[in-house]
Design a protein around this ligand. Structure first.
Ligand code: HEC
Length: 133
């Protein structure tokens, strides 16, 4: 008797789940492409995630300062000390699902960390990195 490969049974479901989850990030990447950015590179996003930027107000800053270098782990806000749930979608199902939320925090956190807004290229690289974590 021929048994259907298990991947034939599981894959369609995974593809649908993936497509739904990817929506907000895909929308944003398309938006950044419309601003002249791309192609996006997860490796550059990861490098930017860990890069330290000097601050006149104190110790140098990076995304990892609050989120740790591993986005699948819980972070801690360096100023308030409050716990921050993991940013990685694999560790926290609601992450990167709400476009307005993503934009709001990218704007705020880039200004605090880099001392300026991130460029559309940088934002696209970071999202390309984070979405796979
Ligand atoms: C000073 C602390 C701090 C730093 C530094 C920081 N963040 Fe955050 N970030 C937060 C807080 C607080 C939130 C909102 C609370 C939450 O969602 O748990 C947040 C939320 C986010 C979110 C929202 C994700 C979602 O879908 O809910 C993204 C994306 C993000 N940060 C990316 C970054 C990036 C990229 C950097 C570096 C440029 C960065 N953060 C640096 C504190 C920080």
């Amino acid at each position: 008797m021929k048994v259907p490969a298990i991947s034939n049974l599981i894959l369609p479901g995974l593809l649908i789940a993936g497509a739904v989850q990817a929506d907000s990030v895909d929308d944003l990447l398309a938006h950044f492409r419309g601003q002249g950015a791309g192609p996006f590179d997860a490796g550059s996003g990861q490098a930017l995630w860990g890069r330290s930027f000097p601050s006149v107000e104190g110790p140098s800053r990076s995304c990892a300062s609050c989120h740790t270098s591993d986005p699948t782990r819980r972070g801690r806000h360096v100023v308030t000390g409050k716990a921050i749930e993991p940013i990685a979608p694999s560790a926290h199902a609601k992450r990167l699902t709400d476009r307005r939320q993503i934009e709001k925090w990218l704007n705020r956190n880039c200004k605090w960390t880099l001392g300026r807004e991130c460029t559309p290229q940088e934002k696209g690289d970071i999202l390309s990195f984070l979405r796979d974590q």
